[in-house]
Design a protein around this ligand. Structure first.
Ligand SMILES: *Cc1c(COP(=O)(O)O)cnc(C)c1O
Length: 433
């Protein structure tokens, strides 16, 4: 399979090139040239298949040309070392729980898959260590660090702003050791990002070590997210609840929902999607007006969705031939203030005994308001509520437990390298590695 750029000004790339480069040379996002529809009997039989078997079939359609099948299936099974179950909240609304992975958020799926794919390609490329640089304001660093933890041939450097990430977030990437180095930068998130950018542009450094990024727009992080949409449909079918299925996705950069749209293009019988936003409503406004007007992000309590110019919008346009009406026919939008999010967490807990995180709350609310009588709904619960403990406890008026694997991180010993925000210091540190 070849991958083309959404800007159409760069040559197409192989999977290996698309994964290692992340972005295309013209700053566009890579798109697979073809979307392979899956055979009818796959959908008929899906309710009898396990999540891992379903995922292997989907992976064959995307990556089958480029990786030997046995190896690809090993990568898929190793990625999905945890379940993504659907859990009933009301009679017609189900939660697709994507928080059972190591860092309790859906980004684990993409990060784990990308790590294993990168390992596969670096092995083929005479085994030189690949160094992943990632700047984080909190959540990306933990998903990437844990996804790559213990993967041979890869070293990860997580750069984060000193004193500006929560304790829970910090311990998820500073206590790991092994092939993960946490770098505490005396600055803000933008300084961390600037250091990473400068590193990619420094010729001497790139001669010294092989560098790559693990950005969320990477095809190896975004495409595998399609796996759990197929699983959600299969499990709903098993329950007799798959008719007129509406899937609602709490969206920020729109990578997660785009993977779902790909699944639908492959034949998955999803009737329609709802993109649930917090107060950052660029996409919602686009749906109403046909005019895409990016703006600076606004800080909210569903902070992983505080995005003012979602990068995967380019992929959605491409998927539907830049046709506003075609996009509107498949996706509708919703946008919620912090007050509505808090209120939703409270009512859902009081009425149905289900604890939502602030992101899932946007999606649950959009389904509660937008589902027709003959429709069934699944929303993506993208993070465990304990990741936003205080916000959730304040909203529902009750304490919530911390899962064992999160508590485990908090017991670990912090290891970090302290650096200033100037590039010279960062470069000489990497040159000595
Ligand atoms: C990253 C994230 C989102 C947004 O996902 P996108 O793919 O960027 O739309 C939603 N919820 C949580 C908890 C996240 O971490």
């Amino acid at each position: 399979m070849r991958y083309y750029s959404t800007n159409h000004k760069a040559p197409t790339a192989s999977l290996a090139e698309a994964v290692v480069n992340g972005l295309a040379g013209d700053r566009g996002l890579y798109m697979p040239e073809r979307i392979v529809p899956l055979p009818e009997e796959f959908f008929t039989n899906m309710a009898q298949m396990t999540f891992a078997d379903i995922a292997c079939t989907v992976a064959d359609a995307f990556f089958g040309d480029d990786i030997e099948q046995g190896e690809l299936h090993r990568i898929v099974r190793d990625t999905l070392a945890f379940d993504c179950p659907v859990v009933p909240v009301t009679d017609s609304i189900y939660s697709l729980e994507l928080f059972h992975g190591p860092t309790l958020a859906f980004k684990d799926v993409g990060a784990r898959f990308m790590a294993r794919l990168l390992r596969h390609f670096s092995k083929a490329d005479n085994g030189e260590t690949v160094n992943v640089l990632v700047a984080t304001s909190g959540d990306t660093g933990s998903a990437v660090a844990n996804g790559f933890l213990g993967v041979e041939g890869i070293h990860v450097y997580v750069l984060y702003p000193k004193g500006k990430v929560s304790k829970i977030q910090e311990c998820q990437f500073t206590t790991l050791g092994h092939n993960i180095t946490a770098i505490e930068v005396d600055g803000v998130f933008d300084d961390c990002q600037a250091l990473v950018k400068s590193a990619f542009m420094d010729t001497e450094l790139n001669r010294h070590m092989k560098l790559t990024s693990a950005n969320s727009i990477n095809v190896a992080r975004f495409l595998p997210q399609a796996f759990y949409y197929f699983n959600a449909y299969a499990r709903m079918k098993e329950l007799g609840k798959a008719d007129n299925l509406v899937v609602c996705v709490p969206s920020g950069n729109f990578g997660n929902i785009t993977a779902g749209l790909f699944a639908r293009e492959m034949g998955l019988p999803i009737k329609r999607f709802i993109a649930a936003n917090n107060a950052n409503d660029v996409f919602y406004q686009y749906l109403q007006t046909g005019n895409y007007a990016p703006k600076p992000s606004i800080q909210t309590i569903a902070n992983a969705m505080d995005v003012g110019d979602p990068s995967n919008f380019a992929r959605i346009l491409e998927l539907y031939g830049h046709d506003h009406a075609a996009i509107k026919a498949v996706i509708c939008g919703a946008t919620y203030s912090d007050d509505s999010i808090r209120e939703t967490m409270k009512t859902c807990h009081d009425s149905f005994g289900y604890v939502l995180d602030p992101h899932g709350a946007c999606a649950f609310r959009a389904l509660s308001e937008g589902l027709a009588d003959d429709e069934n709904g699944v929303f993506l619960e993208t993070a465990h509520p304990a990741k936003f403990k205080e916000t959730v406890e304040n909203a529902i008026g009750q304490k919530i437990g911390i899962p064992a694997r999160l508590a485990e991180f908090m017991k670990g010993e912090k290891q970090s390298v302290q650096l200033g925000k100037d590039f010279c210091g960062f470069k000489s540190f990497l040159m000595s590695e």
